[in-house]
Design a protein around this ligand. Structure first.
Ligand SMILES: Cc1ncc(COP(=O)(O)O)c(C=O)c1O
Ligand SMILES: [Zn+2]
Length: 395
C-alpha cells in the first residue's frame, strides 16, 4: 500500500513543514502541525470497494496515514473496534438510537494504542531511537508497548496518582517510568527537560503531528461501520483533545476523498467538574482555554489542565454546532455501574462520563431523543479497579 503524505502544515499560520525530518510544533508560531496528504490522488485508491477487502485494523486507511514504508509499521492489531447498539442504555438515557464505540478492546485496553502505533511507527521510519512523553496513564502504557515492539527506548513521566494498571504496564513493558508529584502539565515540563538534556524525542500529544493521525482513524471507522455516514451526535471525553480533533480532521478528509455521505455530526466535549478548561472557554466564547487551577477528578484521562490544541477543539465544537458539558465524579461512578450493567461493556471513567453527559444534554434539550448519538468509551474499566468503590451495579 502507498501513503499519500505530502507535508506538514501549521493549523494556525499555514506554514508548510517538511515531513521527511522529525518535527514537533510549528517552527514559526509554535502551534499544532497537521499531516497533509495528496487527497486527490489518494481518492483513486482509498475507495469503499478497496476498503471492503482489507484487514480489520486501523492500517486499512494506509493511504491517509503517515508511514511511507509498510515495513516500518509497528502494530499490535489496533483499531476496528466494535460499534455496539446500546438499546437498554438508550432507554435509561432517553435516547432512541444510541451507539457505543468500544475502544477498550484495543491493545493496551485504550484508544491511546491508535495514536502511539502511528507515532512510534513514524518515529522508527524517521530513525528516532529514544522517545519521551508525559502521560495521564493510558498513553504511557501504549508508548511502552509500541516502543517495546519496535525495539525503541521509551521514557514516561506520569503523575504519581495515575492508575496502578498504567504505572505497572509501562514498567513491565520496559519503559523508564518517572512518577511525578504533580499534574500532567508538571510531567510535561520534566519530559521536555529530559528531551533536551538526554537527546530524547518528545511525543507529547499534539506536540508531534502523528499521534492525531492514529486517533483520526476512529472517525474513518465510525463512518465505515455506519455505511459511510456519521451519527448525528458524538460525545467525547476530552483531555488533551487529540481524539476530538482527530475525528474532525477525518471528517474533512473523508469529504475530500468522496467517502462520506450525509451531514457532519455535532461534536460534544465532556470534561469533569474539577477540571473543565475547555467547557469554560466554550461557554465564555473564548478561542483559547486558560489553564485550570487545582485540577481534580478521578477520571485520570480528563485531568488535563491545559491543552495545546485548545483552539482546534473549540473550533470543532463550534463549527459542528456541538457543545461542551461537565459531569461530577459522583455521576461518573454512577454511570460506570449503569453502562456496564446495562450493556456488558466495562467502561472506563472517561467512557462513563460520556453517558453522564448525554443524559444531561438530553435533559437540557441540547440533544434530541431521536438523534443518533454515539458515545466513545475510550478505554476499559479493567484498568481502573481502584477507582470503583464497590462491585454493585446500579441501573
Ligand atoms: C481513557 C481516556 N479517555 C480520554 C482521554 C482523553 O483523551 P484526549 O487526549 O484525546 O482528549 C484519555 C487521555 O489520557 C484517556 O486515557
Ligand atoms: Zn505556525
Amino acid at each position: 500500500m502507498k501513503s499519500y503524505l505530502t507535508h506538514l502544515e501549521c493549523t494556525n499560520c499555514g506554514k508548510a513543514v517538511e515531513a521527511a525530518e522529525p518535527a514537533r510544533t510549528c517552527p514559526s508560531c509554535g502551534k499544532v502541525l497537521y499531516a497533509r496528504y495528496d487527497l486527490d490522488s489518494a481518492k483513486r485508491r482509498l475507495t469503499r470497494q478497496a476498503l471492503a477487502g482489507r484487514a480489520p485494523n486501523m492500517w486499512r486507511y494506509f493511504e491517509v496515514l503517515p508511514v511511507l514504508d509498510e515495513s516500518n509499521v509497528v502494530t499490535l492489531g489496533e483499531g476496528f473496534t466494535p460499534l455496539i447498539r446500546a438499546e437498554r442504555l438508550g432507554r435509561a438515557l432517553g435516547c432512541r438510537s444510541l451507539l457505543i464505540k468500544d475502544e477498550g478492546i484495543n491493545p493496551t485496553a485504550s484508544f491511546k494504542a491508535r495514536g502511539l502505533a502511528a507515532a512510534v511507527s513514524k518515529a522508527r521510519e524517521l530513525g528516532l531511537t529514544a522517545l519521551t512523553m508525559p502521560s495521564a496513564g493510558n498513553a504511557g502504557g501504549a508508548l511502552a508497548a509500541y516502543a517495546a515492539r519496535a525495539g525503541l527506548e521509551a521514557h514516561v513521566f506520569m503523575p504519581a496518582d495515575a492508575p496502578e494498571a498504567n504505572r505497572k504496564e509501562a514498567q513491565v513493558m520496559g519503559a523508564h517510568l518517572t512518577l511525578v508529584d504533580g499534574l500532567i502539565s508538571d510531567a510535561g515540563a520534566l519530559s521536555r527537560r529530559a528531551a533536551r538534556e538526554r537527546g530524547l524525542f518528545d511525543v507529547s500529544t499534539l506536540q508531534e503531528p502523528y499521534r492525531a493521525e492514529g486517533k483520526k482513524t476512529m472517525g474513518y471507522e465510525i463512518a465505515e461501520q455506519l455505511g459511510w455516514r456519521m451519527p448525528d451526535v458524538i460525545v467525547y471525553p476530552t483531555g488533551g483533545g487529540t481524539g476530538i480533533v482527530g475525528i474532525w480532521k477525518a471528517i474533512e478528509e473523508m469529504e475530500a476523498l468522496g467517502l462520506l455521505d450525509g451531514p457532519r455530526p455535532r461534536m460534544f466535549c465532556v470534561q469533569a467538574e474539577g477540571c473543565a478548561p475547555l467547557v469554560r472557554a466554550f461557554h465564555g466564547g473564548a478561542d483559547h482555554a486558560e489553564p485550570w487551577e487545582n485540577a481534580r477528578t478521578l477520571a485520570a484521562g480528563m485531568r488535563v489542565p491545559s491543552a495545546i490544541g485548545d483552539y482546534l477543539i473549540l473550533k470543532a465544537l463550534r463549527d459542528s454546532n456541538g457543545g461542551a458539558v461537565t459531569v461530577s465524579d459522583g455521576e461518573i461512578l454512577d454511570w460506570m455501574g449503569r453502562v456496564s450493567s446495562l450493556e456488558g461493556v466495562f467502561v472506563c471513567p472517561e467512557g462513563a462520563a460520556t453517558a453522564a453527559a448525554l443524559s444531561k444534554l438530553i435533559a437540557s434539550g441540547a440533544v434530541a431523543p431521536d438523534e443518533l448519538s454515539l458515545l466513545l468509551n475510550t478505554g476499559s474499566g479493567v484498568k481502573y479497579l481502584e477507582t470503583l468503590p464497590t462491585a454493585t451495579p446500579s441501573r
